[in-house]
Ligand binder design. Structure first.
Ligand code: GLN
Length: 543
């Protein structure tokens, strides 16, 4: 029997609902249950793919090629369950489907309304493909009371009724602010937010209360009374030093026990949280540290690099070191700052994914520094494309080498990807097509050259990684570039698309067209990140 847990948020946004859902999923999994996590986003974009990182942070890409909310990254990292296209839906997607169906005459002449048509579409989405899962955790984006969230709240209210209380549970995440002048944690915002929730017909079964200090018994009792929640279901969620402590913290506070009791599973065995203890232990006791420079464009906005930051931490876990991140705005190298002065003390340089011309030349300068000073370099997607342009200009002497992403160019070493093969289908794109959902997205296979560094790192010559790009390294330049010392060590199975480049006589220089950060997990660090951090550890012994 599939059970549904709905996670809503109150008081303010950014309380970490995604992390809370992911951590609860991890604890339920540790009790031996299968879990699936889903996110409902009330905004009107069909997916976050067209949004600026400043608006939305990272766009997380699933195996099956959906561009989704970054919370799905948390879900995967905490549970190891690969998210699917159907695990993230927005109001935009729901309305698009409903309106398309209306245009096709699919509603047989009826008046189309938010209730029941939009709410039915939301319910269908929540229930789809869940038959073989024990627990489906559904996070509702935004905060209770937002106008655009109402159809989602109404839909989960209806599901609560239709499926019954023994198959549904509502958890509300709130904040208890500390008011220094009163010397107290305040429960009033929580009371109001629950009142709001109840006014739309949802009675929370548990409160998860974010707080920066322990919640006194009296405040818990007060919330239980005013919010009509059992006292033991008022759970404190204190700030923790590291996100991987959250599953352990929730278990200690009794959240999973409350869930078990709610569903009448109180006799279930205790969860096995050994792997989380091991991770927390390693993070808390590093044997050394390294510093990695991330040279990018959105460096003031860490949300844009969520998976990357986590993957570097996983690389640290694999090597028992702490990884310090030094964020470098690529623009500084364009306005004349010397890369040597800025980068000489770091143990590794990473240029992450990116879009557009701004900062590109600065990134290329940082790559020249890494290549010529033998500093470990990891280029991801845009970072690989820039590494190839750097090599084309400075190793192969191809003057004017550039990317058509920045406009017409004499030597389009990186050009628009217009045709490629997906499974047994050919995908075709033109210059003037739609921007949304049209990149090369999701998992594609690559074949690695026998004896290459990457084949050794992966321990295999056949890999599958997730992609999100519109441009590609032009394979016609392969021979000239290889003759100059940069090896195309990974290609698409048909040999058309360069997937990986490396410089064999460099301590560690790898560029990948895909996004390995999307598949790294704390208990299973991605081999490229583990290897890059290992190289940085070696570098740290030299400088
Ligand atoms: N802008 C580049 C492209 O579209 C790189 C994309 C990326 O780094 N994700 O190909």
């Amino acid at each position: 029997m599939t059970r549904f847990i709905f996670i809503t948020g109150g008081v303010v946004s950014s309380l970490g609902k995604g992390l809370a859902s992911a951590a609860l999923g991890a604890v339920l999994q540790a009790r031996g249950y299968s879990v699936r996590l889903r996110k409902l986003d009330p905004y009107l974009n069909v997916d976050p793919g067209t949004m600026s990182p400043y608006q939305h942070g990272e766009v997380y890409v699933t195996e099956d090629g959906a561009e989704t909310d970054l919370d799905l990254g948390h879900y995967e990292r905490f549970t190891g369950v690969s998210a699917r296209q159907g695990d993230n839906v927005t109001s935009g997607r729901i309305y698009l489907d409903v309106i398309r169906r209306e245009r096709r005459g699919g509603y047989l002449g009826k008046t189309i309304q938010v209730i029941p048509h939009v709410t039915d579409a939301i319910k269908e989405f929540i229930l789809a493909d869940t038959e073989d899962t024990d627990f489906v955790l559904v996070e509702i984006g935004g905060t209770v009371g937002d106008i655009e969230g109402l159809p989602f709240f109404e839909a989960i209210r209806q599901l609560g009724n239709e499926l019954g209380r023994d198959r549904t549970m509502f958890i509300h995440l709130t904040l208890l602010p500390y008011i220094p002048t009163a010397g107290e944690l305040k429960t009033k915002p929580t009371q109001h937010s629950v009142k709001e929730l109840r006014s739309i017909g949802i009675q929370p079964d548990a409160l998860l209360c974010r707080s920066d200090r322990p919640i006194p018994e009296a405040e818990r009792a007060k919330m239980a009374l005013f919010c009509n929640v059992r006292p033991e279901a008022v759970i404190q969620a204190l700030d923790v030093a590291n996100i991987y402590m959250v599953p352990l913290a929730y278990h200690e506070e009794g959240l999973d026990r409350v869930v078990m009791e709610h569903f009448g599973l109180a006799d279930a065995p205790e969860p096995d949280l050994a792997r989380w203890r091991d991770i927390v232990q390693r993070v808390a006791n590093p044997e050394g540290e390294v510093t990695i420079a991330i040279v990018g464009k959105y460096v003031e906005l860490k949300e844009a690099y969520k998976s990357l930051i986590e993957s570097l931490a996983h690389g640290g876990i694999a090597n028992n070191v702490r990884v310090n991140l030094d964020w470098v705005d690529a623009g500084i190298f364009e306005s004349g700052q010397d890369p040597v002065a800025r980068l000489e003390n770091v143990h590794g340089i990473l240029v992450p994914g990116g879009f557009g011309e701004r900062g590109a030349e600065g990134k290329i300068k940082a790559i020249t520094f890494a290549r010529t000073h033998n500093v470990p370099y990891f280029g991801i997607c845009f970072g690989m494309q820039m590494a190839v342009i750097e090599a084309a200009r400075n190793l192969a002497g191809i003057e004017g080498a550039g990317s058509t992403e920045f406009g017409e160019c004499r030597e389009p070493v990186v050009g628009l990807l217009t045709e490629w093969v997906r499974g047994n289908r050919r995908e075709v794109r033109g210059k003037d097509g739609d921007m949304g959902g049209t990149m090369r997205l999701g998992a594609y296979e690559a074949v690695l050259a026998e004896g290459s560094r990457v084949a050794e790192i992966y321990g295999t010559t056949h890999i599958s990684e997730r992609h999100r790009h519109r441009y590609e390294v032009n394979v016609n330049y392969k021979d000239r570039l290889e003759a100059s010392g940069i090896r195309f060590s990974g290609l698409s199975p048909d040999g058309e698309l360069p997937e990986i480049v490396e410089i064999p006589d460099h301590p560690w220089f790898v560029g990948v067209q895909f996004h390995p950060e999307l598949k790294s997990r704390p208990f299973d660090p991605h081999p490229l990140f583990a290897s890059f951090i290992k190289a940085a550890v070696e570098q740290s012994r030299l400088v």
